[in-house]
Design a protein. Sequence first.
Length: 92
Amino acid sequence: MPTEKGVLTDRGNVYTAYTCEEESIKITEAIDLSIRMADTVAQATQLPPDQLRLPEQETPRKNSKSKEHKEVQLVNGSPEKTALIGANLDPK
């Protein structure tokens, strides 16, 4: 950038700029959440006590996905060396 006393060179670090931007976004989201929470509390204080109740928690839904899997033999002729292939296997 040209100046009266010569060329001004400004150096920066992209990683530092990115992490600062990320932190700024997180702080902004936290402030927004705090403001909305304060508004909700203010509105709740204006409700009659008989209307103040917590919503009932839904019962957990069972997994409706298929439990199908395929057993594949890893070594030909060795039925004890197999692997299960499927999308919904137990992680253990």
